[in-house]
Write a protein that binds this ligand. Structure first.
Ligand code: ZN
Length: 213
C-alpha cells in the first residue's frame, strides 16, 4: 500500500481511501499542492496495463514524481492553472472543477471527465476520472440513443444524475457513473437527482470521520 499511497496524504484523505475511490473503475490519483504524486487507486494500474503502459508506468511514475512532467507546452500551463484554480476556489460544490479529455485507442473512441476535489486544508487534490462514453467510432445517432437508454434508464425508466458532478448512474455496472454530454446539455424529463458515491463521501462525510477532512 505504501507504494501507492503516501502515509501523510492518506491522513488528509480521511475516509476517502476506503470506499468508493479504491473500487472506482477508472483511475483516481492524488497530488500534493505542488502536483507531486501522492496516491494511486488500483484502477490506475489496471488502466495502464490495458493501454500497454506497463511496466513503464509502475517503474517511472512513482509517488513523489511531479504530474507536470507528464505534460508539455500549453497543456502544462493549463494543468498548472487548473489545479491552482481548484485549490483557490475549491469550496464551491455547485461549480466542481471538471475537464473533459479524449483518450482513445485505435478501435475505441473514449472520452473521460476529470473531476478535482481539494483535500485536507487545500493541501492536495484528489483527481477522479470517469468514462464519458465508450463506443465504436461514429455510430449512428439512433444507435447511440438506444445504447444510452439501456445504460442509464433504471427498471422504472428513471435516469439518476448526481446533483454535484452531473455524472449519471450506469445501471449495467454497479458503482459506475458516466458523464453523458447530451444529458447535461438537455436535461431529460425522466431524470432524478441523486448523489454519486464519491460526491457523497466528499460533501457529506460520516460525522465520526469529518474531523480528519
Ligand atoms: Zn458526483
Amino acid at each position: 500500500m505504501t507504494s501507492r499511497c503516501n502515509p501523510s496524504f492518506r491522513k488528509i484523505l480521511g475516509s476517502f481511501p476506503e470506499l468508493p475511490i479504491e473500487t472506482h473503475p477508472a483511475p483516481v490519483y492524488g497530488v500534493w499542492k505542488d502536483l507531486s504524486l501522492a496516491y494511486f487507486n488500483p484502477a490506475w494500474f489496471t488502466f495502464a496495463k490495458e493501454n500497454q503502459g506497463e511496466p513503464s508506468i509502475s517503474l517511472e511514475w512513482k509517488l513523489g514524481r511531479n504530474l507536470l512532467e507528464a505534460v508539455t507546452g500549453h497543456l502544462k500551463d493549463f494543468y498548472a492553472d487548473f489545479f491552482q484554480a481548484c485549490l483557490q476556489d475549491g469550496e464551491n460544490p455547485l461549480r466542481p472543477n471538471q475537464f473533459l479529455y479524449e483518450c482513445s485507442s485505435p478501435e475505441i473512441y473514449r472520452r473521460y471527465l476529470m473531476t478535482l476535489y481539494p483535500v485536507g486544508r487545500k493541501e492536495g487534490v484528489l483527481v477522479v476520472n470517469a468514462l464519458v462514453q465508450e463506443r465504436p467510432h461514429a455510430p449512428s445517432a439512433v444507435k447511440q440513443h438506444e445504447m444510452h437508454l439501456s445504460f442509464y434508464n433504471d427498471a422504472n425508466g428513471i435516469i439518476h444524475q448526481c446533483a454535484h458532478c452531473r455524472k449519471v448512474k450506469n445501471v449495467k455496472e454497479n458503482d459506475r457513473w458516466d458523464w453523458v454530454s447530451e444529458y447535461v446539455k438537455t436535461i431529460p424529463a425522466n431524470i432524478s437527482h441523486d448523489i454519486c458515491p464519491i460526491c457523497l463521501e466528499y460533501y457529506y462525510p460520516a460525522p465520526d470521520e469529518s474531523d480528519s477532512l
